[in-house]
Write a protein that binds this ligand. Structure first.
Ligand SMILES: C[S@@+](CC[C@H](N)C(=O)[O-])C[C@H]1O[C@@H](n2cnc3c(N)ncnc32)[C@H](O)[C@@H]1O
Length: 303
């Protein structure tokens, strides 16, 4: 396969700056489809045309990767994440535009460059209903790639994203406006707010997606209960999170899948489908024994 040129330039720069990453990255890239390379190239082209540089995007990805390795070794040593409250990370992360920009571009690229993350994107695109009309809600869109993909793949009439970070809202806005160019009639709005404080009142949604937010909050149960409340009875509900996976702003530690299953159960939600992804190259048993990261995604329904 001919590697799309922007992806190739990014890989070259990433490895020039972080040669130790070659083995992991090469293994992950071997699993990407031609279509996924094309999607990543299109994402990169958009931001390059907006004025970002390959050097900056490589720095974003490497910063995220290196910081994750550092936090994971803290976790391995202490058996807990470095921080456990929102107040400890809010100013450094969510409300720090420079840091948050790098972090969100890095995370979007990791969606393609990390083997487990591309599996999660595939699971999302495979399970989300394509023909359903009505309203789509996304909590914590961050870099905006998932809400843009939903808009591209699905037939919902309206899309709403809620994120606490102004930087995330702005990245999402720009990306979605680009992807929806061909469909100006589709309603799209964003709100910069804490999901728990957003006045959704009696609004009910046909689809609710929350990707990798649950581990960023102090009380995941409040989020799951609010998701259940705002979802229609037959809504598509999709939540992804992680176990033993340290990142600077992960403040809620799930130790195993049982804790997550109990949480859903307590909040009146039943698992319809699940994706449990052990650390690349290991079984789930080995991963759990070594307390290495597990990524998980669930399609849920109301009990
Ligand atoms: C790790 S990013 C997830 C990005 C994307 N959903 C994904 O799956 O890759 C987490 C996002 O959740 C947002 N977030 C964290 N706490 C939130 C809250 N209480 N309400 C709304 N958004 C929140 C952060 O600002 C950030 O943009």
């Amino acid at each position: 396969m001919n590697m799309p040129s922007n992806v190739q330039k990014l890989i070259d720069k990433v490895l020039e700056e972080n040669p130790m990453h070659r083995r992991i990255l090469t293994a992950a890239l071997e699993k990407l489809t031609t279509e996924e390379f094309r999607l990543l190239d299109s994402y990169l082209s958009f931001w390059l045309e907006k004025g970002l540089t390959v050097d900056y995007l490589a720095e974003a990805y490497n910063t995220h990767t290196v910081s994750t390795v550092r936090e994971q070794s803290y976790f391995q040593k202490h058996g807990k994440y470095r921080y456990s409250s929102f107040a400890e990370v809010a100013d450094e992360v969510y409300f720090n535009n420079e840091f948050m920009s790098l972090y969100m571009y890095g995370l979007a690229i990791a969606t393609f460059f990390w083997a487990n993350h591309i599996e999660m994107l595939r699971f999302f695109r495979e399970t989300i209903p394509r023909d359903r009309k009505g309203s789509y809600l996304e909590i914590g869109p961050g870099h905006g790639y998932y809400i843009a993909a939903a808009m591209n793949d699905c037939a919902f009439d309206s899309y709403l994203g809620i994120d606490i970070s102004e930087t995330s809202i702005e990245q999402t806005r720009q990306l979605v406006e680009h992807y929806r160019k061909g469909r100006p009639s589709v309603a799209f709005s964003l709100q910069q707010m804490d999901f728990l404080e957003t006045p959704l009142n009696d609004k009910r949604f046909d689809a609710v997606f929350m990707g990798e937010v649950l581990e960023h909050v102090e009380q995941p149960g409040l989020f799951m209960r609010e998701i259940r409340r705002v979802a229609k009875d037959d809504a598509y509900i999709h939540v992804s999170t992680c176990i033993n996976a340290a990142v600077i702003d992960h403040i809620y530690l799930f130790n195993d899948t049982k804790e997550i299953e109990n949480l859903f159960d307590d909040c009146g939600l039943k698992i319809k489908r699940e994706l449990i992804l052990p650390y690349a190259g290991m079984t789930i048993e080995e991963t759990m024994e070594k307390r290495l990261p597990v990524s998980v995604s669930y399609v849920l329904e109301k009990n």
